[in-house]
Write a protein that binds this ligand. Structure first.
Ligand SMILES: [Zn+2]
Length: 131
């Protein structure tokens, strides 16, 4: 029979620290409580302990998911701000061109103005319907 091969040390979990199941804080192996959130780190095989650990893991995952969802539902501020600026500039240019078109009685300038206002309006609408 072959001797059981030694596990490569790199693949072993870090024996010097014990990750807190509640907050992920790396505690010393000898600690009985998490230094950060005071959760008990003592492991036993009881059903209650298993349920508690499962609960912590599920809660942790749920919190991560919540965090990700909040990030996805809120686009970066600079992006919304960019949309807003582009929309306002296009609308403003449109209004400006439109007024000068009226004063010059120019039909083609009026069309350009309408296109600009339309683009600006669509951009602003995209921004506010994105919420
Ligand atoms: Zn903790």
């Amino acid at each position: 029979m072959d001797k059981p091969k030694k596990e490569p040390t790199l693949l072993k979990p870090n024996q010097d620290s014990k990750l807190c199941l509640n907050c992920g804080f790396p505690n010393r192996n000898t600690d009985a409580q998490c230094m950060y959130c005071q959760t008990s780190l003592v492991e036993d095989d009881g059903l209650f302990n298993w349920l508690r650990q499962t609960y912590y893991v599920l809660r942790w995952r749920w919190q991560l998911k919540q965090k990700r969802d909040t990030l996805e539902s809120n686009p970066p501020l600079y992006r919304s701000f960019g949309f807003f600026v582009v929309g306002v500039i296009l609308s403003g240019m449109g209004v400006f061109v439109f007024t000068s078109a009226i004063s010059q009685n120019s039909f083609s300038s009026g069309l350009i103005a309408l296109v600009l206002v339309g683009y600006g309006f669509v951009t602003l609408k995209t921004l506010f319907s994105n919420k």
